[in-house]
Design a protein around this ligand. Structure first.
Ligand code: UFG
Length: 355
């Protein structure tokens, strides 16, 4: 396959690029490098710096590189920032996204996999969360992801786009080459490891949730498992019929020429999560086991907008994509993140491609 990866210099995108290159695909990365890192792009991939909203650039790349399918990871993804500056999120996640779709249609590219998020569910009543749970985001970040999923569905019906939205739960861990470096960093595991290194203090946001230890429960998924899910979803967008006996067991609901196997229409959404949840305190204890010492932390008030429990049902990903998480323990996820930090004490700072 010839694949354009938008946001391929970011955390999730860069690990997916590695996976695609390793599987022998031709990969072109389009990234503005505003939040991404050039050094994160695997050597086998071509890196083009630019904006999704540069229509001539995007359409030219799709045509010149004879792209078969797009993996769309480029987005703004900080919940707090989205509340403070929703205009940025609508411009980049929605307007940027539909600009990409329009360029794809003009260039005759009709396959796309989209980085979506559990944030589309908001604070669900029931866990594990199935894909047909109500979509009720509680912040502009989740809302813009939901809006783009809607565009995918309607573009599928009207223009024959075949697409899969992958709703990520809490992505964690690192490959040997690439890890998580956000600025500012708000995620739990990088913050816990930074505290283990004495680089910052760690606060547990709330111990009065209705959970066994009072702290929030999340479904953590290894970034390399996520990359496997991306590859499987890209393959699904190119398949007309179920390819294996197992998939044949999926109820045959496809009717149109453009429908995805096992889906109604050209669009489907799949959760990517492990299906099990861990509390904040369990994460801290697992990290202490990895680093071999106690990690100092204090307790603060709840962080606004945090649902108590988010755990995925991953049955659909198993059935449709033949996907299963293979690196599901906290020890594997936190251990890989810790090894990456040890190998890159300054993160990507000062690193160049090939370095
Ligand atoms: N937490 C702390 N201390 C910290 C950081 C986080 O206690 O320093 C807690 C949070 O309050 C939360 C849990 O750790 O209970 C996980 O927080 P993260 O920020 O790591 O992840 P979230 O569950 O908030 O966010 C994830 C994705 C978002 C997505 C959201 C959907 O990273 O992109 O799920 O709710 F929007």
């Amino acid at each position: 396959m010839r694949v354009l990866v938008t946001g391929g210099a970011g955390y999730v995108g860069s690990v997916s690029v590695e996976r695609l290159v390793q599987a022998g695909h031709h990969v072109v990365v389009l990234d503005s490098l505003v939040t991404g890192h050039a050094a994160a792009v695997a050597d086998g991939a071509r890196l083009v710096r630019g904006s999704l909203r540069d229509r001539p650039l995007v359409e030219g790349l799709l045509r010149d590189e004879r792209i078969d399918a797009v993996l769309h990871c480029a987005a703004r993804s900080l919940v707090g920032q989205s509340v403070a500056d929703p205009a940025l999120y609508y411009a980049e996640n929605v307007v940027g996204g539909t600009g990409l779709l329009d360029a794809m249609l003009a260039a005759g590219v009709r396959r796309l996999v989209f980085s979506s998020t559990a944030a589309v569910y908001g604070a669900p009543d029931r866990v594990p969360i199935p894909e047909d749970a109500p979509l009720d985001p509680i912040n502009p970040y989740g809302e813009t992801k939901r809006a783009f999923e809607g565009a995918l569905r309607w573009y599928g019906a009207a223009y024959g786009l075949r697409s899969v939205a992958l709703r990520y739960f809490n992505v964690a861990g690192a490959s040997v080459r690439n890890g998580e470096q956000h600025e500012p960093e708000t995620h739990l595991i990088p913050n816990v490891l930074a505290a283990a290194l004495g680089r910052r203090g760690l606060t547990v946001f709330g111990t009065d949730y209705p959970t066994p230890d009072g702290t929030c429960i999340r479904d953590y998924i290894h970034v390399e498992d996520l990359a496997d899910g991306h590859l499987a979803a890209l393959e699904l967008t190119g398949r007309a019929e179920p390819a294996t006996a197992d998939e044949a067991a999926v109820p045959a609901r496809s009717t149109g020429p453009n429908d995805l196997p096992g889906a109604e229409g050209g669009f489907t959404a799949c959760n990517l999560g492990s299906g099990s949840g861990f509390s904040v305190l369990e994460v801290i204890r697992a990290a202490e086991a990895v680093v071999g010492r106690a990690i100092p932390h204090d307790v603060g008030p709840r962080r606004p907008g945090d649902p108590p429990v988010l755990v995925a049902s991953n049955e659909r990903a198993r059935e449709l994509l033949g996907w299963t998480p293979r690196r599901g323990t906290l020890g594997e996820m936190i251990g890989s993140a810790w090894r990456w930090l040890q190998a890159h004490p300054g993160g990507y700072a000062g690193e160049t491609r090939g370095g």
